[in-house]
Design a protein around this ligand. Structure first.
Ligand code: ADP
Ligand code: MG
Length: 184
């Protein structure tokens, strides 16, 4: 089974690609934005970026990872439509998946600022349920985003665990506090 890690900034076309994979592969698509909007449906368009929501988001993602890994164990391809801005996030999931005999594929959707701004503005179209994103935020996120390297895209060697963590599983437990390895 393959676990697809969909990587890219907002507006890059991640969910569009994830839906294509869902249809092509009869895969289980897990898109945390949909869960966040469904659970916190009364949020203002800017509330999503608060520290409290960021923590909720991490906890949602941890449970979606559990479900995704469990589904892959049961024989489904899985699409994690998370964005995965950090190399370490991708390395952790590549390692965790490999340890249970699952393939991973990093699907990277690059996007430049101008096209990104156009798409996000067109997508929101005044819909207050969409997350609001300012020009300054979009520009800042480009500097934070860590694009996958050739090794990641070819499913090459997984880098060593960052100092201070006993294993990639321990790193993942710190990154996604709700994730319980035993449950998925
Ligand atoms: N390859 C593409 N070319 C042009 N527009 C696209 C492309 N992929 C997605 N879009 C459009 O851009 C917007 C953002 O796409 P989406 O898949 O929601 O991005 P993300 O999930 O990365 O935020 C949507 O309105 C979508 O229809
Ligand atoms: Mg999306």
């Amino acid at each position: 089974m393959t676990v697809f890690l969909i990587v890219g900034l907002p507006g890059a076309g991640k969910t569009t690609r994830a839906r294509e994979l869902e249809a092509e592969r009869s895969a289980l698509r897990l898109t945390p934005d949909e869960w966040q909007m469904a659970v916190f449906d009364r949020d203002s368009p800017t509330r999503w970026r608060s520290a409290e929501r960021a923590a909720h988001r991490d906890r949602l993602e941890g449970k979606l990872i559990e479900i995704g890994l469990r589904a892959a164990d049961l024989g489904l391809d899985v699409v994690l439509d998370f964005g995965f801005w950090g190399t370490d996030e991708r390395s952790a999931l590549r390692w965790i998946a490999a340890a249970r005999g699952l393939r991973t594929e990093v699907v990277y959707l690059p996007i430049g600022y101008d096209e990104q701004r156009r798409r996000i503005t067109a997508r929101s179209g005044g819909d207050p349920a969409q997350f609001e994103m300012s020009d300054a935020e979009l520009r800042q996120w480009h500097t934070r985003f860590q694009a996958p390297d050739v090794d990641e895209l070819r499913d090459g060697t997984i880098p060593a665990v960052p100092a201070g963590h006993a294993s990639w599983a321990a790193w993942a437990r710190a990154r996604w506090p709700s994730w319980r390895p035993g449950q998925g």
